[in-house]
Design a protein around this ligand. Structure first.
Ligand code: HEM
Length: 211
């Protein structure tokens, strides 16, 4: 179908190329003193926000296919890995530039600051997903086991959104909007797929079953 071909015309690597532009932009501006009065905070927060955006995009792939018949499954692994790269960069900035490897302070943050605890939990949940995001792991684990493990992405994204909500002092709209989107996308997973019209794409149905 011409419409579905249009959605998947770009190669998978384009997701990495385009997805990492904001990271490059943030780092270039941070190291050329173009991020304002508190560059570290802007860099740290910017990377965290992009991490959450890409996690959400990855989470949207299945509902988009089931409910709107837009098949972006081809890009899901790249979206997940780009999200993970942002999480690692975000964590890296926290460890290296923010805390400068003061492990005592880092440990105290993890124990005493709920938003750091939950952010760390999200990171820990995402590590096995990133490590097994390849064909060899799917073959070794079997499709069912691999799918089961990759359900960890649901609590991970939820933790990421809650982490954002917990760290703000007042009630700005952004973290609430992100949390509503995440909860909405998770809830959509319980909505039954739309009935296939006669003569609809069997490939699409097969993909939906695989999710
Ligand atoms: C899935 C994992 C994570 C996601 C999605 C995420 C996302 C975010 C977001 C959206 C922000 C706020 C951005 C803004 O205010 O515009 C943020 C801030 C922050 N995150 Fe994370 N984060 C994650 C994991 C972590 C981890 C593992 C740590 C460290 C252990 C961490 C430490 C921080 C810190 C220190 C801030 C800045 C707080 C401040 O402004 O003082 N995050 N994160």
């Amino acid at each position: 179908m011409a419409q579905s071909k249009l959605w998947t015309a770009a190669p998978e690597w384009a997701v990495y190329a385009v997805g990492l532009v904001p990271a490059a932009d943030l780092f270039v501006r941070a190291f050329s003193n173009a991020l304002g009065a508190d560059p570290l905070r802007i860099l740290e927060n910017g990377l965290g926000e992009w991490a959450l955006r890409f996690l959400i995009l990855g989470l949207a792939v299945t509902p988009l296919m089931r409910l709107a018949r837009i098949n972006l499954v081809k890009y899901r692994r790249a979206l997940g890995l780009v999200a993970f790269i942002y999480v690692v960069l975000h964590l890296g900035v926290y460890l290296v530039l923010d805390k400068q490897f003061f492990w005592g302070e880092i440990g105290a943050d993890i124990v005493k600051r709920p938003y750091i605890t939950i952010g760390m939990a999200a990171f820990v949940l995402l590590v096995p997903l990133a490590v097994t995001s390849n064909r060899l792991s799917i073959r070794k684990m079997g499709a069912a086991g691999w799918r089961k493990l990759h359900r960890l992405v649901y609590p991970a994204v939820l933790f990421g959104a809650v982490h954002y909500l917990l760290l703000v002092k007042a009630w700005p709209p952004e973290p609430i909007i992100y949390l509503v989107i995440v909860v909405g996308l998770l809830a959509l997973r319980f909505v039954k797929p739309a009935r296939r019209a006669r003569g609809g794409s069997p490939g699409l149905a097969r993909e939906a079953v695989r999710q």
